[in-house]
Design a protein around this ligand. Structure first.
Ligand code: XBP
Ligand code: MG
Length: 263
């Protein structure tokens, strides 16, 4: 097979947001949930550890419901909590976007460099996330600038599909919106729910782990890294073959995509 021809098949990069572009969960979403609980006079506090367990369920509204169902004794469940969840979640989104506007939550190493290179080299960009659309817009605006929202051809987010990750639906939605097939794209994820979703949509997937996801099962990923890395600030390869590269750039992304789609 002509390698050059196959390489050119990669057309788009599809990014997860939370945990992949930025470590938003512990110091962003978790803090915002706690502020919303306080605002509503609800006596819950999600510690760093508890929040790690709650991340088993994607989606903030779904996560609160999971907490009520699995973590609270029956007599501790606030009255009408089901009805209050949408309002609580709206408050949480407000607190979260306020937090992002302080610039407190940066992008992970290598993310901006890889996105810049991908744009220069003509790759199409998309986002596939379970988080609320306003959260994506706020993160992009406060890290890459307001114009960056337009760099992403599709921002597939939140309730746009009813079945959140680990369902493949959000990636299938992004592929359909871009009119691309799975083998023309590559996904970037950080979690087991994420890789189940992306590989469920048949996408070759690059994982960058974080503290919450380092023990997850990434058997179906094409490579697992501790981070994207930068020139002079190497990544560690956890599983897979990075061809002696020390950071993730478009050449390595193309190589991984080619290997995954060969044969
Ligand atoms: C992130 C999530 C989200 C956020 C909270 O998933 O699971 O639920 O924690 O966002 P991904 P909302 O890594 O796929 O982006 O509260 O806005 O739902
Ligand atoms: Mg994620």
């Amino acid at each position: 097979m002509n390698t050059e021809t196959h390489d050119t098949k990669l057309k788009a990069f599809i990014f997860d947001v939370d945990g992949t572009l930025s470590n938003t969960e512990r110091d962003g979403h978790r803090v915002a949930f706690n502020r919303a609980f306080e605002e509503f006079g609800i006596d819950w506090h999600w510690s760093v550890e508890t929040y790690g367990e709650l991340l088993a369920v994607t989606g903030g509204k779904e996560r609160m419901k999971f907490y009520v169902d699995k973590f609270l004794d029956q007599d501790k469940i606030p009255e009408d909590i089901e009805a209050k969840i949408p309002e609580l979640h709206a408050a949480k989104t407000r607190h979260y976007t306020e937090l992002l506007s302080t610039g407190a939550i940066p992008l992970r190493p290598g993310v901006e460099r890889l996105i810049d290179e991908a744009r220069q080299r003509g790759f199409r960009l998309a986002i596939a996330t379970t988080t609320t659309p306003e959260n994506v817009t706020a993160l992009l605006t406060h890290t890459l600038g307001a114009d960056s929202i337009d760099w992403f051809e599709v921002i597939a987010a939140g309730d746009i599909v009813p079945a959140k990750k680990p369902g493949p639906d959000i990636y299938e939605y992004a592929l359909e919106a871009m009119k691309l097939s799975a083998d023309e794209c590559i996904a970037f994820e950080d979690s087991e729910n994420g890789v189940r979703s992306s590989t469920g949509a048949n996408l070759c997937t690059i994982i960058t782990i974080n503290d919450y996801t380092k023990d997850h099962d990434f058997a179906d990923a094409c490579i697992v890294l501790d981070q994207m890395g930068e020139p002079g600030h190497a990544f560690s390869v956890i599983t897979g073959d990075a061809n002696s590269a020390s950071y993730l750039n478009c050449d390595l992304v193309m190589e991984l995509h080619q290997r995954a789609n060969a044969g």
